[in-house]
Design a protein around this ligand. Structure first.
Ligand SMILES: N[C@@H](CCC(=O)N[C@@H](CS)C(=O)NCC(=O)O)C(=O)O
Length: 209
């Protein structure tokens, strides 16, 4: 059994989607970020950076495995299940590259843009910087999706699992803070529809309730 330490945020939902997709059995362990539970010593023992998600796989060969950082967790679950990541070759590294692109670029830029746009005292410089950079990244994604159906290439992969919750939440709730030319991107909209129609994605997006 896998314990999933998570909360109702895009980074947490990447992992609930992946667990639903793979069918691996898991137990949800909510970490209430609003209540500061991410700083409790027992959670820091799992995720030393004090951020969800984290997992403990009690059934790993050779003994329990503890992992933090969504990219590491997604790669682990893909390798464990043999799904959503090619075992070798160009397709594997394309998916890993787009996964790295999401965790190092799209996620942090959207996160900062969301943060600064919610502050009472507006920091126009920060909002402009993160808005332009988020728009640029969405155009990069759009270009990729005009060339191939999924971020990793021809197949749905952990790169899509990582990007979906961020793009879906952002475009449904915060579209108006994006540069105008990044609000309606046709290939990205088609990808959102295709990925969003997957039952595992729909269920994973509701966990924790
Ligand atoms: N790079 C990390 C980012 C994780 C992250 O930012 N988690 C947020 C929720 S989406 C969090 O736990 N924030 C709590 C805090 O900063 O106190 C990953 O991909 O797992």
């Amino acid at each position: 059994m896998i314990d999933l330490y998570t909360w109702k945020t895009p980074n947490g939902r990447k992992i609930s989607i992946m667990l639903e997709e793979t069918g691996l059995p898991y137990t949800v362990k909510p970490v209430d970020l609003g209540a500061g539970e991410q700083q409790k010593p027992e959670f820091l023992a799992i995720s030393p950076n004090g951020k969800i998600p984290g997992i403990i796989d009690h059934d790993a060969p050779g003994g329990p495995v503890t992992i933090f950082e969504s990219a590491a967790i997604l790669t682990y679950l893909a390798d464990k299940s043999g799904q959503f990541l090619a075992p070798s070759g160009q397709a594997r590294y394309d998916a890993l590259a787009w996964l790295a692109w999401q965790v190092s670029g799209l996620g942090p830029m959207m996160g900062q843009l969301g943060y600064f746009s919610r502050q009472k005292e507006r920091n126009e410089g920060a909002i402009a910087r993160y808005s332009v950079e988020t728009g640029r990244l969405l155009h990069v994604m759009e270009k990729r999706l005009t060339e191939v159906p999924y971020l990793g290439g021809q197949e749905y992969s952990i790169a899509d699992v990582a990007a979906y919750p961020w793009v879906a939440v952002f475009l449904s709730m915060m579209k108006e803070i994006l540069p105008e030319d990044a609000r309606e991107l046709p290939a990205l909209a088609k990808w959102l529809e295709t990925v969003g129609a997957r039952p595992a994605v729909q269920h994973g997006m509701t966990i924790p309730a």
